[in-house]
Write a protein that binds this ligand. Structure first.
Ligand code: HEM
Ligand code: HEM
Length: 177
């Protein structure tokens, strides 16, 4: 969540044009596969973990159940990303510009990955990790998220400049795919 998904998104903006989409798609699919495996482990942990001194499982405690719930929401949101990315790509090849799928892919991807990064911090808190690890996580998360947002804003600005200077919605040569 903190390294692979943001890095795969940054590459969409900074990799050489020809490679950007394939590298982005491949990297996000590797990240998604790892996330599916990790979420499966999370689901088995939910069944095993007991809170000392309390009866009932993790899900019956409102102080602890939101990490797995948010994690499953993030999983659901990210599972539709490959289809949205594919629909965007096919439409882009036809029209040379963005369509509704493109905006859904961009918005859903940015929101879900950000939520997932925050959820990692909640996981460390829930597992009772020490201050050192939690601080390190927050530092890495803030640095990665800032780099990613800088790349995203730069990409949008480059695209906007191209569209303005050419008077076309066709963003092929700059900043789109
Ligand atoms: C956005 C996705 C997720 C991230 C980034 C994430 C991250 C983490 C992290 C960093 C920990 C702390 C591990 C430790 O220090 O021992 C943790 C613990 C845990 N996670 Fe997740 N997780 C995610 C999704 C899920 C999901 C989908 C579930 C289950 C449905 C889940 C269930 C758990 C459980 C039960 C623990 C507690 C383990 C313990 O207290 O020993 N997580 N998670
Ligand atoms: C779980 C899988 C995926 C995730 C999480 C994901 C996430 C993202 C994110 C966050 C962005 C925006 C980058 C930014 O912030 O500026 C993006 C852009 C893009 N993605 Fe994906 N993506 C995934 C899979 C795919 C796939 C499979 C394809 C192609 C078939 C694809 C094609 C694209 C394209 C072409 C863009 C740029 C769209 C534009 O600028 O108009 N993505 N993706």
């Amino acid at each position: 969540m903190v390294v692979l998904f943001p890095w795969g998104s940054i590459l969409m903006r900074v990799a050489p044009r020809r490679w950007a989409m394939p590298v982005h798609a491949a990297m996000q699919m590797v990240a998604l596969s790892m996330f599916i495996v990790a979420a499966t482990l999370g689901i088995s942990l939910v069944r095993e973990v007991r809170i000392p001194g309390q009866s009932g499982g993790l899900m019956s405690n409102p102080n602890f159940n939101y990490h797995p719930i948010i994690g499953l929401v993030v999983l659901g949101l990210l599972l539709i990303q490959p289809a949205l990315g594919m629909l965007h790509h096919l439409g882009y090849k036809k029209t040379g510009g963005r369509q509704v799928w493109s905006y859904l892919h961009l918005f859903n991807g940015r929101a879900a990955i950000t939520l997932g990064i925050a959820n990692g911090g909640l996981g460390l808190w829930m597992a009772g990790e020490g201050k050192g690890l939690k601080t390190a996580y927050v530092v890495v998360a803030v640095v990665m998220w800032t780099l990613w947002m800088a790349a995203a804003v730069w990409g949008e600005w480059r695209r906007w400049k191209w569209i303005r200077s050419t008077g076309t919605t066709d963003d092929k040569p700059r900043g789109g795919e």
